[in-house]
Design a protein around this ligand. Structure first.
Ligand code: GDP
Ligand code: MG
Length: 632
């Protein structure tokens, strides 16, 4: 049976196989007419909105004013209005009478997700670099530009939001010319919201971005897995960039890492929903259903080949380097198995998270997870809750420190050894330590001139060293500084935003380790040490952080029937103390008589609060407390 399928107003014949949806044939589009590109920009500059318009123009979705960031599919993304996950959409577009296959990858903008961006770029030959006409070039624009530039990708510059009343596209164009050496005539001026000039982006992608090179359809198949997700019915679904050869249902693919073989059930394009095709060819990007059941079998960075063919696997991806570690524990130990499988499945969709088993006296068995930042950690735990119904307790986040230790019990030979300290529980006995080291980052801050003084003061306060200052134009200044990661991950960005009325932007990259002074700050509740609340701090900060931890704890620990002494100590010495007074009245005290349903409501609310608590040292501590205490 033949089915007619309408694409962009042109009619296509598509063959259909029994019992399945229509299967597209894309063999007539050669690699020369394929473009793989990504949209990169600072957060909120309009990447996802541009993707909406491109999907509409090419007929992948019908034009509708209700289309808003359709590629942001996760619940967290819709709630927070940010992209956390790169998404792919294959578009068909006719240019000069010839049909093109454009694979668009929408990427997240926040620095915590730059691993998604760098991975996506490996499947691309070019990028659309988007800049908000109102805000101009921001810190992440610079970071993303260098990411694309050093990967030798073609860059299609575009200025977005030209419809805004205060938009100043000329200024944005001048900044891009000055910083990135873009030809002003080649910068597209668009409004992604209204659709103005958006087609010029597509035309530029076709003319400026090269087709994937060295794509031989007749060579032995090689496909690079660059993303995966878990489907309840189909198992692990890898998204691949086919570099050589072809892939079709019925083929048997072999993982080059595990040597396991899988029969391919279906191959297809994301448009943006899964659309089966007869064959995927070299140069294309698509998904594979191959009944891969467990998360560990489909690894991002793995190469798939066909059974019986010798191929050279790709070198894979650099592993993501965790920036913060935190313990994750189930609310109840009976939930360990379900949380384990939830974490496995979610890490399949987010390969940047590192996982190790950990246990704690008060919280039982759990995991120590490495994240790329605090937002990443927040999003991950929110996804566990929303997508896997797993509620967790999160302990205070900590950056990966190192120490040179000598004479420790487990080191037999004379000399010293370097250890890594990913959490307070691993903090060594200070008498054995000859040197502590902490991770540093190079931060890029772009700010309007009027806030420059305040920004410099903040950098200094956070133990930063300014390294260079550039004028972007006569209003904006770019400042680069080396800062300790621990001073940056928690609330540096919030602070920067508030002191600059939201105008300054920030991004950072790894800058190795530096020698430092560290102490372990312990927290005692009624004399009992709560290991889960311990923190590793810079020694000069111990007292002030101790004070604010005590204050925060006394705000966040609900009052009990007895009073609680909260103490912070370093090496046994008390550096701060507060008290939580005993609870005097019960929640029903105010409503004697009256409606029973109101009392029930109050009691229910109290019971709900209790459910979210975890019992430690006879004192109820809500799970939010752990994250809250670290914020200064
Ligand atoms: P992303 O973070 O880069 O993906 O940005 P989004 O696509 O989520 O857009 C951020 C905000 O900017 C949303 O509220 C959009 O509606 C808005 N926006 C995007 N493009 C335009 C535009 O061309 N004009 C105007 N006025 N607003 C836009
Ligand atoms: Mg987005």
């Amino acid at each position: 049976m033949r089915k007619w399928n309408i694409l962009r107003g042109r009619l296509y014949a598509a063959t259909s196989i029994p019992g399945s949806a229509e299967v597209l044939d894309i063999s007539h589009i050669p690699a020369e007419r394929t473009r793989n590109f990504s949209v990169i920009a600072h957060i909120d500059h309009g990447k996802s909105t541009l993707a909406d318009r491109l999907l509409e123009i090419t007929g992948a979705i019908s034009a509708d004013s209700r289309n808003m960031q359709v590629l942001d599919r996760l619940q967290v993304e819709r709630e927070r209005g940010i992209t956390v996950k790169a998404q792919t959409a294959s578009l068909f577009y006719t240019h000069n009478g010839e049909e093109y296959l454009l694979n668009l990858i929408d990427t997240p903008g926040h620095v915590d997700f730059s691993y998604e961006v760098s991975r996506s770029l490996q499947a691309c030959q070019g990028v659309v670099l988007l800049v908000d006409a109102n805000k101009g070039v921001q810190a992440q624009t610079v970071a993303n530009f260098y990411l694309a530039f050093t990967s030798e990708l073609a860059i299609v510059p575009a200025v977005n939001k030209i419809d805004l009343r205060h938009a100043d596209p000329d200024r944005a164009v001048a900044q891009m010319q000055r910083l990135f050496d873009c030809d002003p005539d080649k910068i597209c001026r668009i409004s992604a919201k209204l659709g103005t000039n958006v087609e010029s982006v597509l035309t530029s992608v076709i003319t400026e971005v090269p087709a994937p090179v060295h794509c031989r359809r007749d060579a032995p198949t090689r496909a690079l897995i660059f993303d995966t997700w878990f489907d309840r019915y189909k198992g692990c679904v890898p998204l691949v960039a086919v570099v050589d050869g072809q892939l079709a249902a019925g083929d048997v693919v072999v993982s080059q890492q595990s040597s396991r073989a899988y029969e391919v059930r279906e191959v297809g394009l994301l448009r943006p929903h899964e659309t089966p095709v007869q064959r995927l060819f070299a140069g294309q990007v698509g998904y594979i259903h191959a009944n891969i059941r467990t998360a560990s079998e489909a690894q991002v960075g793995d190469t798939l080949g066909l059974r019986g063919h010798q191929i050279t696997p790709f070198s894979g991806f650099k592993r993501a380097k965790p920036m913060v570690y935190a313990g994750l524990y189930p609310m109840d130990q009976s939930q360990v198995p379900s949380l384990r499988s939830a974490i496995q499945r979610l890490t399949l969709n987010d390969s940047s998270v590192s996982v190790q088993v950990e246990s704690s006296a008060a919280l039982g068995q759990g995991w120590r997870l490495g994240f790329l930042g605090l937002l990443h950690m927040d999003v991950f735990t929110q996804r566990l809750e929303q997508e896997y119904d797993s509620e967790v307790v999160v302990t205070s986040p900590s950056v990966p420190y190192r120490a040179k230790v000598h004479g420790a019990k487990n080191i037999k030979h004379y000399g010293s050894e370097e250890i890594s300290i990913n959490g307070p529980a691993q903090f060594p006995d200070v008498s054995t330590v000859s040197e502590f080291m902490e991770p540093m980052v190079t931060g890029t801050i772009i700010t309007p001139g009027e806030y420059f003084g305040a920004v410099q003061a903040l950098v200094l306060e956070r133990r930063g060293r300014q390294s260079d200052v550039t004028n972007i134009d006569n209003e904006r200044i770019m400042l680069r500084a080396v800062l300790p990661l621990s001073e940056v991950v928690v609330d540096f960005y919030d602070e920067l935003k508030s002191l600059s009325s939201g105008y300054a932007s920030f991004d950072y990259e790894d800058a190795g380790y530096e020698v430092t002074n560290l102490s372990k700050l312990s927290v005692l509740l009624n004399g009992e040490q709560v290991e889960e609340l311990s923190l590793i701090v810079h020694t000069s900060r111990a007292r002030s952080i101790g004070k604010s931890v005590c204050a925060r704890l006394s705000e966040s620990i609900p009052r009990q029937m007895f009073s609680i002494a909260i103490q912070a100590t370093v090496g046994g010495k008390i550096v701060a103390r507060t008290d939580v007074r005993a609870l005097k009245k019960d929640v029903l005290a105010k409503c004697y008589g009256g409606d029973i349903s109101r009392k029930m409501k109050l009691l229910k609310r109290q019971a709900e609060g209790k459910k979210r608590m975890k019992r430690i040292a006879n004192i109820d501590i809500p799970r939010e407390t752990f994250v809250k205490v670290l914020k200064r």
